[in-house]
Design a protein around this ligand. Structure first.
Ligand code: AMP
Ligand code: MN
Ligand code: MN
Ligand code: MN
Length: 301
């Protein structure tokens, strides 16, 4: 049997696939090794690591899997923050070449944007009465991507707020006192860099942007026009209406479908690895765009 007929005759629906997760190299709680251990314990077959604007976890995770001889199929990924009409839209790159120079250049620029936003955010938080937060957040990030989640955690740890969400609601969420408009790349730049790195570009969690259906449609249309490949339509917590709408966008605009938990921390049981993820039958899965060799590897474990 040739490769193609093998793929067609086999069924991906028996695989546990999670194409969105984070490590300590951005705002996740686990090291790459700990994440791989968790994925293996949870019998995940295919896992993408998609840290915010960095690929630093990927080498470590790949080496660890080889060293342990785990059967887990790791997809090299990234989650790129972009600016669109005043919103921050996340674009996930899957099956990327993590050494691609164009992608690395974009990452470098995103890290500069993260650093300058963080400094300004620190200054604004100081005016809110919280001194020295930038230094503490920077130390917490420990050389990884510095995110607002680190700022929130510092505020929580020092008792300035009672839960992480309050940091966004009161200070660093969009439009709040210490919010700083970030200088992210455009959606098109993110898609182009992902494609240059040989990857597929997926719009992360479309239902989480707080956009009306009309605006979401505009976003999806532009994403498609600019070369986007798929929408992340399967997430752990979605209403039936949201599921239906996302599937209809995929079918209407000829986009593939991705699924992922957006795993950050073990204590959040609702978004744990591989949890509640099932690809709708009518959707064209994003992995059908990947090289046949990779698809066969996914099926051969
Ligand atoms: P950043 O990419 O630096 O803007 O950081 C945003 C990250 O903070 C997201 O990826 C989430 O993991 C986390 N986060 C948690 N709650 C919120 C919220 N209410 N708004 C935005 N981000 C949040
Ligand atoms: Mn995050
Ligand atoms: Mn995201
Ligand atoms: Mn994410």
């Amino acid at each position: 049997m040739d490769v193609m007929s093998t793929i067609e005759s086999k069924d991906f629906s028996n695989l546990r696939i999670d194409l969105h997760s984070h490590t300590k190299f951005s705002d996740g709680g686990l090291t790459p090794q700990e994440l791989i251990e968790r994925a293996t314990n949870f019998q995940i077959d295919v896992l993408a690591i998609t840290d915010h604007d960095t690929v630093s976890a990927l080498d470590i995770a790949n080496s660890y899997i080889s060293e342990k001889k785990y059967a887990l199929n790791l997809i090299n990924g990234i989650e790129i923050s972009t600016a669109w009409q005043g919103f921050e839209i996340h674009i996930v790159g899957l099956n990327i070449d993590r050494t691609n120079p164009e992608l690395l250049k974009l990452i470098e620029n995103q890290q500069i944007a993260r650093e300058s936003r963080a400094i300004s955010m620190g200054e604004k938080l100081a005016k809110c009465g919280f001194e020295g937060i930038y230094d503490k957040a920077k130390a917490l990030a420990n050389g990884g991507s510095l995110t607002r989640a680190h700022f929130a955690k510092v505020l929580l740890q020092q008792g300035s707020i009672s839960k992480m969400q309050a940091a966004f609601d009161k200070y660093i969420g969009k439009g709040k006192r210490a919010y700083v408009k970030p200088n992210w790349c455009t959606i098109e730049e993110a898609i182009t860099a992902i494609h240059q790195a040989g990857g597929t570009a997926v719009m992360a969690h479309p239902v989480r942007y707080d956009l009306s259906t009309k605006w979401l449609r505009r976003l999806v249309i532009q994403f498609k026009q600019e070369g986007g490949d798929g929408l992340e339509i399967v997430l752990p917590q979605m209403s039936n209406d949201q599921r239906q709408l996302m599937l209809s966008f995929c079918l209407e605009y000829d986009l593939h479908a991705s699924m992922g938990s957006d795993f950050h921390h073990p204590h959040n049981k609702w978004s744990d690895l591989g949890r509640n993820l099932r690809m709708p039958k009518k959707a064209l899965p994003i992995w059908s765009l990947w090289p046949e060799k990779l698809q066969s590897e996914m099926l051969s474990r």
